[in-house]
Design a protein around this ligand. Structure first.
Ligand code: ADP
Ligand code: MG
Length: 481
């Protein structure tokens, strides 16, 4: 039997407002536990919430970016349930009248084509607090700092057919919200969390299979693993004569295993009702128009501009436009070094590999854009070779200073003194008389190879600092005379 996977995503995005969605408490990440939750966030008696206008604007900007209908009248509801990290006893969210209606997100596929993923809607809601299990033996701590942080929950239609598409979709959402500047997109801090709905069906069947929902994945890698695991589990179940039960599942990134959290029968009845403390939100045409007119450049437009203006490949353009910080970093480097291709190679190559290895983001890169540009300038003017540049980059990463300082202090300057180089070439040729003979007897193709063979000992003699172009010239000249 051939199986087809069906995936729909629910994505929580923390909005980058300074204060909470219904109070003036700060949203800054990393503060001491329970120092940033106020009486309103806890719904203490006598308090009244007031909607944060910036959160509304951010949600509308997202809607405009995905060509969605903006619902000019939206309503906040209470979703009632008990959980230790929810001292209010309900989450303020939007059920029947979300602020953002149906829209669409284009995702790139590996074969170079594109696919549209439909967005069912996106609504505003508040985040809950956080349970902490590590520091408290046999107990849980509760940190309510996050309670009341504004979120948009983006709900897709079940339009994705494999993990690759789901991840391309997740990455595209990340690119959109960071380009808009409505979220910092810091996944490691929980700024974007993915609930993945997965079902399988026999290929060719029209009806969807029963789905499960794996909650709260906070990295693309975990998404990929959790989907693979769940697809295999469902297929095994059905092929063994069983059936998939609709349930919520939890994936543990540390163990790489998932388990059932609750079945549909145990699902809460949330007893939703419109929040009596908040008026329906009414948005003027003028506000929408103003936001539309001032929408920042979106990832697709940026990628197209990078291709046209900087001559980048589709791949590099996609990568470098994938979030605002990366795009800004790249353009700063280009401006300062005036070489869009070398800049692209370094940002999407060495730099991004280093950022990945250290699990950090470009915003926290120890090598700043002007510093990287300084390094590229020294490659361009032949002060150093590309190979030595990697060594300089490593030192810059370790905060040893600017490229020039490092090149100077470590004595890494490329040898471009032709007298000095000629002496070294002479020595190497004298050490290898048989190869010189072979060279003189060889055809062009063979000569090229033999020429390359001389490079090794010459680079060794100069600790990799010989200017390769000059060495080549000198070699050819000497071998031909
Ligand atoms: P509910 O109303 O129970 O929350 P929804 O219809 O709103 O369910 O769907 C929630 C999410 O699950 C959406 O992202 C949707 O795309 C996805 N989904 C729905 N049915 C399936 C299915 N059979 N397989 C995979 N994903 C699904
Ligand atoms: Mg739902």
């Amino acid at each position: 039997m051939q199986w087809e996977t069906v995936i729909g995503l629910e994505v929580h995005v923390q909005l980058a407002t300074k204060s909470k969605i219904f109070s003036g408490a700060s949203t800054t990440f990393g503060a001491a536990p329970n120092t940033q939750a106020c009486a309103i966030d806890l719904a203490m008696p006598g308090t009244l919430p007031v909607v944060n206008e910036q959160a509304l604007r951010y949600a509308i900007m997202f809607g405009l970016a995905i060509n969605a209908e903006i619902n000019q009248r939206s309503v906040f509801d209470r979703k009632n349930y008990f959980y230790p990290d929810l001292p209010k006893g309900y989450q303020t969210t939007q059920l029947d009248h979300p602020i953002v209606g149906p829209g669409v997100v284009e995702i790139p596929l590996s074969d170079g084509s594109h696919k549209s993923v439909r967005i069912h809607h996106a609504h505003l809601e508040e985040d809950a607090g956080k349970s902490l299990h590590d520091d408290f033996h046999g107990m849980s701590g509760i940190d309510l700092n996050r309670a009341g942080t504004p979120l948009i929950e983006i709900v897709s239609e079940p339009d994705m057919r494999n993990a690759e598409e789901a991840i391309a979709f997740a990455k595209k959402l990340h690119a959109i919200v960071t380009s808009l500047g409505i979220s910092d997109g810091e996944m490691a801090q929980g700024s974007m969390r993915f609930d993945v709905n997965v079902s399988v069906r026999p290929k060719g069947q029209n009806e969807y299979g029963t789905r499960t929902e794996t909650k709260n994945l906070n990295s693309f890698r975990f998404m990929e693993k959790a989907i693979a695991l769940e697809v295999a589990r469902q297929i095994d179940l059905i092929e063994d004569g069983g059936s998939v039960k609709q349930e919520t599942r939890l994936y543990n990134g540390d163990t790489g295993e998932a388990r059932s959290m609750r079945s549909k029968e145990e699902a809460n009845d949330y007893r939703y009702f419109p929040c009596p403390d908040l008026l329906p939100v009414e948005i003027d045409d003028a506000v929408i128009q103003e936001l539309r007119d001032n929408l920042p450049e979106l990832p697709d437009a940026k990628a197209a501009r990078f291709i046209a203006r900087y001559g980048l490949s589709d791949y590099d353009a996609e990568l470098l436009s994938s979030d605002r910080a990366t795009a800004e970093y790249y353009e700063t480097v280009v401006k300062a070094c005036d070489d869009s291709k070398l800049a692209a190679n370094w940002v999407s190559g060495e730099l991004s590999a280093r950022l990945n290895a250290d699990e950090t983001s470009i915003a926290h890169s120890p090598v700043t854009a002007p510093q990287l540009a300084g390094l590229i300038v020294r490659i361009k003017d032949n002060t150093i070779s590309g190979k030595i540049a990697k060594q300089v980059f490593e030192a810059m990463w370790n905060r040893e200073g600017d490229a020039d300082t490092i090149i100077e202090s470590k004595g890494l300057k490329q040898m471009s003194d032709s007298g000095e180089l000629e002496a070294i070439v002479d020595q190497v040729l004298a050490d290898n008389p048989d190869v010189v003979e072979q060279y003189r007897a060889a055809d062009d193709k063979k000569r090229k190879k033999l020429l390359g063979g001389f490079m090794g000992p010459i680079m060794k003699a100069t600790k990799g600092q010989a200017n390769p172009g000059m060495v080549n010239q000198i070699l050819v000249k000497k071998l031909n005379t």
